[in-house]
Design a protein around this ligand. Structure first.
Ligand code: RTP
Ligand code: MG
Length: 154
């Protein structure tokens, strides 16, 4: 075959508490799969304030930080590892702008337009770079497994 080598990439997607409680999980997964992503792993977890503060550490000095931590710990989230070529950028495009209210007019087909409410309650998260994706995937799923070296007991 004349197949080109296609470089796969992974990103961390998260359905936030409002997305889960609003019963948007199946609709969001349909968009994910229709857009050529493979869902490699998923886990539903309830974050506490301490874990949430680690996840959003980059925003710790922002005025909205306390409100953000309260929001993201208000119920379980569904974290997913998504894979496809250019996954980080493709997923960010699919979810749309941070402010879901603006998304409804500027990006009506985006996921945030579908299930978000405003600049905070925007129903989904996406890693903003491959480096963030590595950090966020480790946050939810642990470090990538290293090769196990088997050896006989003495
Ligand atoms: P995310 O990290 O969740 O994918 O969203 P993002 O990159 O589009 O936005 P970011 O600037 O990283 O902000 C993280 C989350 O904080 C909440 N936020 N609230 N009240 C506000 O002005 C405000 N600004 C941001 C949102 O939930 C946003 O997704
Ligand atoms: Mg962000």
């Amino acid at each position: 075959c004349r197949c080109e080598a296609v470089e796969m990439e992974r990103t961390l997607a998260m359905i936030k508490p409002d997305g889960l409680s609003g019963k948007y999980t199946e609709a969001i997964k349909e968009v994910i799969l229709d857009s050529g992503f493979h869902i490699v792993k998923e886990t539903e977890v309830q974050l506490d304030a301490e874990r949430a503060s680690v996840f959003y550490a980059e925003h710790s000095q922002r005025s909205f930080f306390d409100s953000l931590v309260k929001y993201i710990t208000s119920g379980p989230v569904l974290a997913m590892v998504l894979e496809r070529p250019d996954a980080v950028a493709q997923w960010r495009t699919l979810i749309g702008p941070t402010d879901a209210k603006k998304a409804k007019t500027s990006h009506p087909n985006s996921i945030r337009a579908m299930c978000g409410l405003d600049s905070e309650k925007n129903c989904v998260h996406g890693s903003d770079s491959p480096e963030s994706a590595d950090r966020e995937i480790s946050f939810f799923f642990g470090e990538a497994e290293s090769v196990t070296v088997e050896h006989d007991e003495l």
